[in-house]
Design a protein. Structure first.
Length: 119
């Protein structure tokens, strides 16, 4: 792109006059690195694998599913498992595993931030 281009010149004028080009950086004490989500991804994949294993029929009495599905624990306490909506249980199982993974990632991120400010 050439600097003689009218649209380039107009963009530069807009950025300079609105203050968006040389915006001052905010300085905050501590580490503001973005949070990574590896445990969330792995936990979600575990939930998906659990549901697929149950869906394929290799878990004929739903023993593995109800051992590892947190919503399954509560559903088993309050209602008959034969009256449950299976798709809803699969969705809740995957969501609960993802939520557990996100909580672990949040704790890891919090520990890293706390560790970086102590130095």
């Amino acid at each position: 792109m050439s600097h003689n281009n009218p649209s380039c010149r107009a963009t530069a004028i807009i950025l300079l006059t609105t203050g968006l080009y040389n915006r001052p950086k905010l300085t905050v004490k501590g580490d503001l690195s973005p949070m990574r989500y590896p445990v969330t991804i792995v936990a979600t994949l575990i939930g998906v694998a659990l549901c697929l294993y149950n869906f394929t029929g290799y878990d004929p009495h739903n023993m593995v599913f109800f051992m590892l599905s947190v919503p399954g624990w509560f559903a088993d306490l309050f209602m008959d498992i034969h009256d449950l909506n299976v798709i809803l249980m699969y969705i809740l199982t995957i969501a609960s595993w993802a939520l557990l993974g996100f909580f672990c990632d949040w704790l890891i991120h919090k520990g890293r931030r706390r560790g970086s400010t102590r130095g």
